[in-house]
Structure formats: C-alpha cells, structure tokens
Write a protein that binds this ligand. Structure first.
Ligand code: BGC
Ligand code: BGC
Length: 845
C-alpha cells in the first residue's frame, strides 16, 4: 500500500504560532512522596556572607504591614519590556521586570546607552508613582548579561562560560563579573540573571556552553567568585557600581536525560547535591540574593512546582533568605498550571513569576483572587513579598537615586571600556586549549605569509555564539560589534606588525602560496534547546570544513585549526587533517586574544603560552555524550584537564579513527508516548488555529476530547474523540526543533499503536512541521478505515512521507493528527524508529 500526498491545506494549518505546552500527565506519586520527605543530612546549612540585618528586617515588616493584597501580588509579577507599557507599571507597580535575550528599548537593536537608561528611568518613576496603585516601592530591572552585557551594542563580550572553565582562574572570573556589573549599571539596570552554575553531564545539551565544567569543583569556586564580582565585596556590597546576581537554574539543569533542554533529571538525591547543587554552595555562601528555578524536572516533578526542592531544601535547609525567581513562563509547565494561572508554584516556594507575554495580567488577577480565597495562604504570600523587599533593601533601592541619576548611568565610555576589553582578551588567551601540535608547528612566527580561512575567521557573531545581541546569537554582522575584533582582525594586526602578510579567504583561496593556513570554523550560534543534539559528531553528513582542511593539506600547506564550539565535539577527521588544533570555544568580542597566543613576537619569542585545560572531557566517538571525569569506565579521546603547552609532544597523531560505525550511531527509537508523553515532548489538542496544552487526564478543546487510558500500565494510552463540529487537531511537539534526519537516513518510520474506537467519516491526516508554513503530511484515512475496531494495531508511516518538511532537519511537532470529521481512536507506544523494514505506509521506493 502506498500513499503520499502533499497536503497543502495542512500547511496553512501548520503556520500557527507554536504552543509552549506542558509536559504530559503528572506522575502523581513523586509529588506526594516528596512533600512528606525529610531532607537528608548531606544538604548543608550555608553560611551566607550576607548576614541578617535586624534593621532591614524591621523595615521589611513595616513596609509589608502597610501593603494591600494587590500591592503584594504585584511584587511577585515580573513581566517583560516587550509586553508592558510605562502606564502598566504606574497602574500595577510590578516588583520587577526583565528584558529577554534580544529585547531592547523600543525594539531597537541599536538602542543607545541613553535609550536604555531612559527606559529604566521611566519605569522606575512609574513604579514609585503611587497615584494609581497606592504604592511607591521601587521596581528593579533584570537582564541576561551572561557573557558581558550581551544585549547591548558595543558591550564587551567575554568568552562564554565553557571557555572560562578552561581558564580555571577564579580571580579573573571575579574581574569579569566586576566589569560586567559596571557595563550593566551604565544602562541603569539593577540585576543580572547570572551565573549559570549548571554542571553539564551530557554534552548534547544545547546549554553546555553556559556551564563552566562537567565537574562541580570549578563551578562551585566560580559561582562564589562571580557573585562577589557582580554584587561587590565588603563595603562595596551592592554599592552603585554593583548589581544583584542570580544563581541559576536550580537545580539539575545540566543532568537531564539525553541532555534534553528542560528535560528530566534522574540523578539520585545525593548526586543532585554533590554534582548539580555545588554552584549553590559557592554562590549562596558569597551572598547571592536570588536563585532562578529551573525548567527541568527531577524524577518527573517540575522544579517550579517542587515544594521539596524550593522550600525544604533551598530555603529551610540551606537557609537561603533571598528570593526565588521563576524562569520564562516555567510555572506554566507545572501540570495543572498555565502561564496565566499557577498558585501551585507560589505554594511550592517560588517567590517571583517570570511572566513574559500577555499572560502577566490574568496571572496577576488570578493570583490576587487565589490569595483572597485562601488558595495561596497569606503567610506564604507575606514570606514571598518579604524576600523581595529584603533584597531591595539590601540593594539600597529605596535609598539610591533613580536609575538616570546613579553615578555610572549613561556613562557611554563604560560600554566596551578598554580595561574591560583587556580583561576579556586575557580571558580569551587563557581559555584556549591546545589539543594538537604536530612537530611544534605552533607558535607561528609573524613574519610569514599567513592564509586565514574558514567561515569563522572574520565573523564576530559566530565567535560569540548564542546570547549575543539576539537570543540565539544569529543575524548579527561585524558592524554590530563596534570596538570588537574578529579572530582574523587580531591575526592581521600581529602579522602585519611583525613584517608578514595575512590574507583572508573564507574558502581558502589565495593569490600567493601561504607558509601556513589558520582555519577558523565551528558551530553556528544557538541558545537553549535549539542547540540540543542527537550525538556529538561535528558536521554530520556535511563535512565542508573537513573538505577545506584537506584541500589545504593537499597543497602541502601546514594547517592550524581554530575550532569554535559550545561543547567538545567528535572531530577526529578534522583533527587528522590539521597539524595543530586549538579548541577556542566561544571567545566573544575580543578576537585578538587568539593571535596573541598563536604568534610569537617579531623576535620569535613566545608572547603567551597556552594555559587552558579542558573542563570537559573530549569524546572519542560521536556517542560518547556522557563521558565525565570520575566515571568508572573513563575512555575519552582527551581527558578532563588536558591541554598542551608549547614544547609538549603531540599525543594524537594523524590516524585517529574516522569511521562512524553506522550501527554504533546507536539510533535508538525516540519515544513520544511511552507510558507517558516523554520529554521534551508534550501534547496539545484543539483546532489548527487554537491548541490547548494537555494538563489533565480528561480535557476538551474545540472539537477534540482527550482522555488518558490504561492499556498495559496506568495511563499509558490516550483516547481521542473528534466530534466533527470542525476539523480537529492533536499534536505532540516540543518548544524547540528536533533534528530527525538520522532517522530519515536510516529508513525510519513514525510508529504507533492504534485502537479504533469509531471509524473516520472524513479525511484523517498525519503530518510533521518545521516552523511556520513548513511541513508535510500523508493521508491515513484508508488505513484507519481498514483496521478492525477491537484490536490494537501498529500503524507505521515511512519518514520519507514527511521528507518535504525540510528533510526533517528541524521538526517542532513530529505528530500532528488532523481529522476533518468525526472519529475516535486510542494511541499508545508512539515512536520515531530507525530501520523499520516494511512500514504500513510507504513513500520511499
Ligand atoms: C532562560 C534563562 C533566562 C531567561 C530570561 C530563559 O529562557 O532559561 O536562563 O534568564 O530566559 O531571558
Ligand atoms: C527570549 C529569551 C528567552 C526565550 C525563552 C526569547 O524570546 O528573548 O530571553 O530565554 O525566549 O523561550
């Protein structure tokens, strides 16, 4: 049987905005068990260096006593600058607000320092204006300055955390944080959502580069240093040169199954403490004033809703007296919650909702009602508000001048200040890790003909990675980095000053045969789940950079590779094709730091030796995604702590295994529904235009009703009824696109078990999408009609049927079931499987 239709009507249906949905049905037991659990002794009480101050506590009490419920709840609402007006601030008096990655005043990427300050000033003045809300509590602005003040044009961009980990220099890290605090203060902003203290255990995770190391030791020490650098030490504590910090994302973000962003962490509690919580030990000791709850779950329970972790562990045991802020609508992912309604998060111990999008208003209203109805107990509300007030008082927000009148505000010179750039340059030099240096090719003499090739050579955006001006770090050009220097720029400067010649050609062409080629290449920028990978092979199926290295080698030109990446990747072929190989991570705006290490001075003396050491084990195969120092069977290509210095002998040679054993790619079936809907997926139902996330066991949205059903075990199937009043649609998707190409290449199929409840009376289609106006599908009406209605059957559909969805390179919803008319069916065991043999519906012949 064969059917393959391109369904164009479907494409219209697919063009709707994506629903950020909740995870599947809750695992009720986990929550119950955890809330009755005692906290084990190994969780320590942290001695914060910021002590309780009785006079501040008295002020907190006094302010709180004069507040209405409405004013209190407003302190817990953190909207985003794209979704509020100055009038909203005047009317509601939000406790804080943020700008997300790639959000600028007036939506202007090129907003000036003064534009930032002006917005801060207006929102502050509106917050202290009590004419409408009766409250004059100053608001505060939080931003993701995660490698420098990265949303602001011209700011110093430091190497991403993975590179700083390789530098392993806590003093330098404190200086970086100090410089970042000043640049942020110059724009009138009070608070930074950093440091990220994730300990990445699976390098497929798209946020690997936001982590300093796979090992908790560096993370703990750095967390302390960064918090000190941001908030200031001793008499400088939260002075007007400093900003508040956030240790994030509590807890377990770096340890999710499969390296899935926002996934499920299955570590034991001891591991949770010993590996994933060490950054909180360092950061809370240093006196961090806020902690961000993580999107991930721990054994199936979303941290945003975990009373055990947020209240019992973090606040009661560890003694954290600042506030817990949520992550980007993270509360909406708790089963039973939505972005605009979530008493459970506050009751669990969340203090501030990060609620970008228009959901802030209904959330505010719903929360007020829930307090009035006693669903949120008053003592819990008061505790949350007291925490926010305590931090504001410690930060001197009530006493400080308004944002525009603070000493550093509007000081344009601080943005990209030469001293800050000098610190960044040092960090670049110290973050470089030398993996290979055959016959001591490095250091290079500047008085030579140097070819600089690769698409990363003259590309400041690419060398800076995600969270760079835009959220994903894409769409930038060198002109967006005034004062910054590309890696090529740094090389040219040194080579020309040293009497040599540097020629730039991304493709590796040249007018005169060079003495040496430096090839700068690597990953394109990404952030969060968009960077999640299936395995660690670099340029799988498309080894363009390898071709470039080989082309140069074939001409007998010695090749130095400078590899830009947010994680260690399997690059054996590229290593073999290089004489020297440098892991440069994501160095940021100060590209000169690279040349300063690669080249000697004009007299042939080394300027700076390599000092960076791997803070992540380097994989020997594409599947070695979770190789970590301390493993019992530890066989990486290069171990944690590795890094050559000048004069060291090469350890790799040119004959590393290059074969990707196709069966060793271990393409395991990808589960969408296996007992439960599996992370990162979630289900939503409704119509093509309006989808509702499934958050409970029985739900109706538009023409579709969904009920959970028990097949082998409890709730391992879903029954769907389409009432035919309008075309209905059911989706299983994730907030970030997934790359399913390897399944397509391996003759994979979408496979599911189906039990017909009511035969379809009109067309039923199955499709996948790859973003707005992008998708492909197949008609399955006939197959469903011919199934007996008393027996589970397997329906497998050749992935080739969906190939028009851009070869499945980035799939948001791998299952979109649309029925034009009435029908009923149950589904269980839904997978994307490789090597399916004979699928029921074939499109590949
Ligand atoms: C990220 C956080 C970030 C927040 C605000 C979230 O998506 O997970 O790290 O602080 O957005 O931009
Ligand atoms: C924001 C980011 C945020 C992300 C979360 C983006 O639109 O700008 O800051 O982390 O959404 O999904």
């Amino acid at each position: 049987m064969r059917s393959h239709h391109k369904i164009s009507a479907l494409l219209a249906a697919l063009s709707l905005s994506f629903v950020t949905a909740c995870s599947g049905p809750a695992e009720p037991d986990t929550h119950q068990q955890l809330s009755n659990k005692a906290v084990p002794d190994y969780w320590p009480r942290i001695q914060s260096e910021v002590k309780t101050d009785p006079s501040i506590e008295a002020q907190v009490k006094e302010i709180l006593a004069g507040m209405t419920v409405e004013q209190k709840v407003a302190q817990l609402i953190q909207p985003e600058i794209r979704d509020i007006s100055v009038e909203d601030m005047r009317r509601y008096g939000f406790g804080s607000y943020l700008n997300g990655g790639g959000a600028f005043p007036d939506n202007n990427k090129h907003a000036s320092v003064q534009d930032w300050v002006d917005l801060a000033e207006k929102l502050y003045q509106a917050s202290v204006d009590d004419s409408l809300d009766g409250s004059s509590i100053p608001t505060m602005w939080g931003t993701d300055a995660v490698h420098g003040h990265n949303n602001v044009i011209g700011a110093t961009l430091f190497p991403h955390n993975i590179g700083l980990g390789a530098a392993n220099n806590p003093e330098l890290i404190e200086q970086i944080a100090g410089a970042t605090a000043k640049e942020v203060a110059a724009t009138g902003i009070d608070w930074i959502f950093a440091p990220t203290v994730a300990v990445t255990r699976d390098d497929r995770w798209g946020r690997t580069y936001e982590a300093y190391s796979e090992d908790p030791k560096i993370v703990r020490d750095y967390s302390y240093a960064i918090v000190k650098g941001l908030q200031g030490r001793d008499e400088n504590f939260l002075s007007q040169q400093q900003v508040l910090s956030t240790v994030k994302h509590f807890v377990g973000d770096g340890g999710t199954e499969g390296g899935d962003d926002q996934g499920n962490n299955l570590a034991t509690e001891k591991e949770l403490y010993e590996i994933h919580a060490q950054g909180y030990v360092g950061g809370l000791t240093a006196g961090a004033q806020s902690v961000m709850a993580s999107f991930n779950s721990w054994h199936g329970e979303k941290v945003h809703g975990s009373e055990y972790l947020l209240t019992k562990v973090l606040k009661e045991r560890m003694g954290f007296d600042g506030f817990v802020v949520g992550d980007w609508n993270g509360h909406g992912q708790i089963p039973g919650c939505s972005n605009d309604n979530c008493p459970d998060a506050i009751n669990a111990g969340l203090d501030v909702f990060m609620v970008p999008t228009g959901a802030w208003k209904p959330l505010l209203e719903n929360t007020i009602s829930q307090v009035k109805e006693g669903i949120i107990p008053m003592p819990r509300l008061d505790d949350a508000v007291s925490r926010v007030l305590r931090v504001k008082l410690r930060a001197g927000l009530f006493a400080k001048p308004s944002p525009a009148n603070r000493p550093l505000a509007g000081n344009t010179d601080l943005i990209g200040h030469p001293e800050h750039r000098e610190i960044a340059r040092q960090a670049v030099r110290e973050s470089l890790v030398l993996l290979k240096n055959s016959e001591q090719l490095l250091p290079l003499k500047p008085y030579q003909k140097v070819l600089v090739a690769g698409d990363g050579a003259d590309n400041i955006g690419k060398q800076s990675g995600g969270w760079t001006i835009t959220w994903q770090g894409t769409g930038n050009e060198n002109a967006d980095f005034p004062g910054g220097t590309s890696i090529y720029g740094g090389i040219r400067e040194i080579v020309e000053a040293g009497g040599g010649k540097a020629e730039l050609s991304a493709e590796g062409n040249f007018s005169q045969k060079p003495d040496v080629a430096i090839v700068v290449f690597g990953e394109e920028p990404y952030a969060e789940g968009n960077g999640d990978l299936a395995n660690l092979e670099y340029q799988r199926g498309n080894k363009q950079d390898l071709a470039l290295l080989r082309k140069l080698k074939a001409q007998n030109i010695p090749v130095v590779s400078v590899f830009l990446s947010g994680r260690p990747l399997w690059v054996n072929p590229e290593l073999n094709a290089s004489d020297a190989f440098v892991a440069a991570w994501l160095p940021g705006s100060e590209g000169q730091g690279v040349a300063e290490v690669l080249f000697t001075d004009k007299d042939g003396n080394i300027r700076y030796d390599f000092s960076g050491k791997l803070s992540f084990s380097w994989p020997a195969t594409p599947e070695q995604t979770t190789v970590n120092v301390g493993d019992t069977d530890y066989q990486p290509l290069l171990p944690y702590g590795f890094g050559l210095r000048y004069g060291d002998n090469d350890v790799l040679g040119d004959n590393l295994n290059e074969r990707v054993n196709s069966s060793s790619t271990e393409l395991v079936p990808l589960a969408l529904l296996e007992n439960a809907i599996r992370a990162p997926w979630s289900m939503s139902i409704g119509t093509a235009n309006k989808q509702t996330p499934v958050t409970s066991a029985v739900m109706t949205s538009g023409p579709v009703q969904m009920r959970t059903m028990d097949r082998f075990v409890q709730e391992d199937a879903r029954t769907l009824h389409f009432d035919g009043s309008a075309p209905g649609q059911v989706r299983i998707g994730a907030p970030f696109p997934q790359d399913l190409r390897s399944y397509l290449e391996r003759n994979g199929a979408l496979s599911m078990d189906v039990l017909i409840q009511q035969k379809p009376v009109a067309a039923v289609t199955l499709s996948m999408d790859c973003g707005p106006d992008c998708g492909a599908g197949v008609d399955i009406t006939e197959q469903l009609q011919s199934m007996p209605s008393d027996k589970w059957q397997t329906l497998s559909v050749d992935l080739a049927c969906f190939r028009d969805a851009q070869n499945l390179a980035g799939v948001f919803n791998p299952l979109i079931l649309t029925s034009e008319g009435q029908t009923g069916l149950s589904l269980s065991k839904i997978y994307i499987k490789p090597d399916i043999g004979q699928p029921l519906i074939r499109c590949n012949d």
